[in-house]
Design a protein around this ligand. Structure first.
Ligand code: NAG
Length: 448
């Protein structure tokens, strides 16, 4: 393949880099979290979010609790330091109470659910383990509050697990209330992609005379997407059962990395008419791909950090923004070659009859270009908005929306560029093309 030769070494490097990072990060647990606080005097430290049903439970263990300096219980009561659960709405009330000086510490508010205060800690103990049952269904944030005076710093290791008990069997479900259906959703979508692959293989077999290399490329994208979803389903279902990611997450990240690169490459290839209109990519387009591939590596690393750490962890927001930024840059970058191609061919068409034929076809690609933009806009902006505005109970809807949009995009691409003799998107074979060029020249001469 002409394209892949220059792209091999950077992408191989990228895969290697991604694997190293994966080996590092995959040790983190997913829904059972460990948070380490070191010499911290923040008054409020949010730890994690979770959507509880009516039978929710929080397991909270803290160990190696150390104060610096040690507070004397008479002047600094340890009841002013502890853990609580709080919904977002309740938090506004607490803030108001604090502002109005009704209370001096968030732990005193009646709007929160007190889980544990360090007052209960024995004088020589530096650890505790507690289980808290939560029967008001809602999305809660687990928060650590330290209302001692500023000079008291605290260090400790916190292990927290939040889960809901299943209706009848009472088994634990470590996925948040709105996300507990995700394994099934991912599984159904992966099945759809496998069915699509079979359909596509069938089409390729039937139309083998008019098949281009790019059609096999498309098959690879669909297969990778299916595998990616299958791993995500398995990963999520493992987390649902045990609270931690296992090894499926590594496969998932590998497949999403490959899929990301191949999808963007495919968009560039199709969008510029490679293998339909011309047998090779131009330098500019190769350069764009060279930029997109490392960016995809960054995007995947960011995605891993986002998935595996708590939303309140260090730099989580930075990674999230980085991911969105890189993703949008990738999306925009792949649009440039399409625009260049249309522009170049338009210029060439003024002088060359054969290019005029190509131009006619390439303008057909404009539809595709618009669809690509819509797809990118929808999956990046609309889905992100949906994620933020929907209630925690419907957290799965944004996933379904994104997957449906992706499915529609894949189906559209497959349909538009299917191997067919009369498909206007394809270049005619050389003879026909020459004939068409001749015809155009003749027309020109007649006009003259
Ligand atoms: C908390 O400690 C208990 C008993 O020591 C243990 O069974 C449980 O798994 C621990 N939970 C977490 C989240 O570490």
């Amino acid at each position: 393949m002409m394209l892949s030769r220059p792209a091999i070494s950077p992408s191989a490097l990228a895969v290697a880099a991604a694997l190293v990072v994966l080996a590092f990060l995959s040790r983190c647990d997913a829904e059972i979290r460990r948070t380490e606080i070191r010499s911290d005097n923040r008054r409020i430290i949010p730890l994690d979010d979770f959507g509880f049903t009516h039978r929710g439970q929080l397991e909270l263990n803290a160990s190696r609790i150390v104060f610096d300096p040690k507070p004397s219980p008479s002047s600094e009561p340890l009841s002013n330091i502890g853990f609580f659960l709080c919904t977002r709405d309740a938090w506004f009330n607490v803030l108001k109470q604090l502002q109005d000086s009704d209370i001096t510490c968030a732990l005193q508010s009646q709007y929160i659910k007190l889980v544990y205060t360090l007052e209960k800690l024995g004088s020589n103990e530096d650890r505790f383990a507690t289980v808290f049952s939560q029967d008001d269904a809602n999305q809660y944030t687990l928060v650590f509050a330290n209302c001692l005076s500023q000079q008291f710093r605290v260090s400790m290791d916190i292990d927290s697990a939040m889960y809901n008990l299943d209706g009848k069997s009472g088994t634990r479900d470590y996925l948040s209330a709105g996300k507990t259906v995700l394994p099934r959703i991912y599984f159904v979508f992966s099945l759809i992609y496998f069915v699509l692959s079979v359909v596509w293989v069938n089409v390729l077999y039937k139309k083998r005379v008019t098949v281009f290399k790019i059609h096999f490329f498309m098959l690879a994208v669909v297969l990778l997407k299916g595998l990616n979803l299958l791993c995500e389903a398995e990963d999520k279902s493992y987390i649902k059962r045990t609270g931690s990611a296992h090894g499926w997450d590594i496969l998932f990240y590998i497949f999403s990395f490959l899929k990301g690169i191949i999808l963007f490459t495919l968009i560039v290839l199709i969008g510029t008419g490679w293998s339909f209109l011309k047998p090779y990519l131009q330098d500019k387009e190769k350069k764009v791909l060279m930029i997109v591939i490392p960016l995809q590596v960054i995007a995947n690393i960011a995605q891993i950090v986002i998935d595996e750490t708590s939303p309140y962890g260090h730099d989580w927001a930075t990674w999230k923004q980085l991911f969105l930024l890189v993703d949008v840059v990738c999306c925009c970058a792949v649009l440039f070659p399409i625009v260049w191609s249309i522009k170049n061919l338009r210029e060439a068409a003024r002088t060359d009859g054969k290019a005029a034929v190509n131009l006619m076809k390439l303008t057909l690609f404009r539809h595709y270009y618009i669809v690509v933009i819509c797809y990118i806009y929808f999956t990046r902006v609309v889905v992100y908005a949906l994620e933020t505005i929907t209630s925690y109970r419907y957290a799965w809807t944004s996933v379904v929306a994104a997957e449906l949009a992706t499915l529609a995009f894949y189906a559209f691409t497959g349909y538009k560029f299917r191997p067919e003799v009369h498909n206007p998107y394809f270049a005619l074979d050389d003879e026909e093309e020459e004939a068409a060029a001749e015809a155009l020249k003749l027309e020109d001469e007649f006009e003259l």
